[in-house]
Structures are given as C-alpha cells and as structure tokens.
Design a protein around this ligand. Structure first.
Ligand code: URA
Length: 233
C-alpha cells in the first residue's frame, strides 16, 4: 500500500502588527510547530495538564533564546582525544527575576536550563489611588548589580508592570542593557511603550498578538495565564 502523503512543513501564519519591529525585540522563529504549540495553549477547551505541558515547552524555547543573547568570551578546552578545541564560554553571571505571580510559572523552565540559577522576585500591583503600577515587594540576589538579569513575565499587555520592574532593577544598579525581558505573548501597545522607555533592554517574545481589549487582555491571547495554570494572582 502506498504511504499516505505527509504535509510539507508550512510557515507560520503570524503577521506582526509591529512592522518594523523595534531593534531590541526578538521573536522566536515563527514556525508551524511553534504556532501549533500556541494553538493548543490558546484554546479555551485545553485541559490544565496540556496548558502546563505546552506552555512549559514554549517557556523552554524562550529561555534558550534568551541565553543566546548573553555575551561569550573565547574559551579553549582540551578534548579526550588530546586535541584542543577553541570554543566560547559565557562571560558573566546571570540570575532570573520573576514578576509575581504569573512570572513564577517560568522559573522552572529557567532552572531546567541553568542549573542552580539564582532567582529574585518582584511584586507589582496597580496603586488604587493613582492607577499606576506600584512596587509591593522585591527580593533580589545581593550581587544583582553584577549579573545579567532574565526578567520573566508571561504576558506583555500594557507593559506597565515590566517597565516598573526594569525601573526597580535599574535602581538596584542593574544597567538596562543587562536585562533580557522574556515573555510568551506581547501586545503591540505594550511592546511600543516598553521599547520606547527602555530601548536598551532586549525583549524576547514568542508571539506578537493583535492588541488589547478594553480590559487590557491580549487579543486573541489565551485569557488569564495565571488562572489557566492555577497560579493565584
Ligand atoms: N495577563 C494575562 O494573563 N492575560 C492577558 O491577556 C493580559 C495580561
């Protein structure tokens, strides 16, 4: 019996709403496989187990991409064959900082890739009086000023929390160009605001969506990321 035809790989269908992208923004390669992962996690009927599994897969890809943006220096090793290999090694120390609560869901993905990585936390919420993002809590490694920081928050909506987080990190001595902000889905509005304020900070995003609705949810988005993973907000 003849083998049934296999569909050739298709390019993903994402047409970014931000064209051209700000130079500090990097998306994951927009492949059909990546789009299939996003299609699963966006679906409202997707079980929590599948949401966890497939969002973790995307987080892993994002963390790996984030690490591609760290500087390296030449490093020479001797191999078991007695030959020398002129390669590279990471230049500096890193840490993660998760924006609570949803960002905590990305910590495991970072730990899988960077063994015994230090991870700080930051809690930012809307100030009811001013309606502006306000810092409620932060805990960082004491030497954070000398580290590259992978800032973790799954959804870049208005950009308010991410900009406040970078402001706090800069106050703690981390240069903005040593921060790499990693998220799964961005709204163009948030990306524009963030990159306008912190053009030196790299943003690694998996997918750029259409925009925000009146409740500042990303459209089409995936709903409330924390709720879907059952992380309390
Ligand atoms: N946070 C979420 O979890 N979802 C959005 O769409 C926007 C912010």
């Amino acid at each position: 019996m003849p083998t049934p035809p296999v569909a050739p790989p298709q390019p993903a269908t994402n047409k970014s709403q931000l064209d051209p992208l700000p130079p500090s923004v990097f998306t994951l390669p927009q492949t059909a496989q990546l789009e299939a992962l996003y299609t699963i996690i966006r679906g409202k009927e997707t079980s929590r187990g599948d949401f966890l599994f497939y969002s973790d897969r995307i987080i892993r890809l994002l963390v790996e991409e984030g690490l591609n943006h760290l500087p390296v220096v030449k490093k020479v090793v001797e191999t078991p064959t007695g030959a020398t290999y002129e390669g590279v090694g990471f230049e500096g120390k890193i840490c993660g900082v998760s924006i609570l609560r949803a960002g905590e869901a990305m910590e495991a993905g970072l730990r899988e890739v960077c063994r015994s990585v230090r991870i700080g936390k930051i809690l930012i919420q809307r100030d009811e009086e001013t309606a502006l993002p306000k810092l409620f809590y932060s805990k960082f490694p004491q030497d954070i000023a000398s580290r590259y920081v992978l800032l973790l928050d799954p959804m870049l909506a208005t950009g308010g929390s991410a900009m406040k987080a970078v402001e706090v990190l800069v106050e703690h001595g981390v240069p903005a160009d040593r921060i790499i902000f990693i998220n799964l889905i961005s709204a163009p509005e948030g990306l524009r605001a963030f990159c306008g304020k912190y053009p030196q900070t790299r943003v690694i995003t998996g997918w750029i969506d259409q925009g925000l609705n009146e409740k500042a949810y990303i459209i089409p988005g995936l709903g409330d990321f924390g709720e879907r993973r059952h992380v309390l907000r």
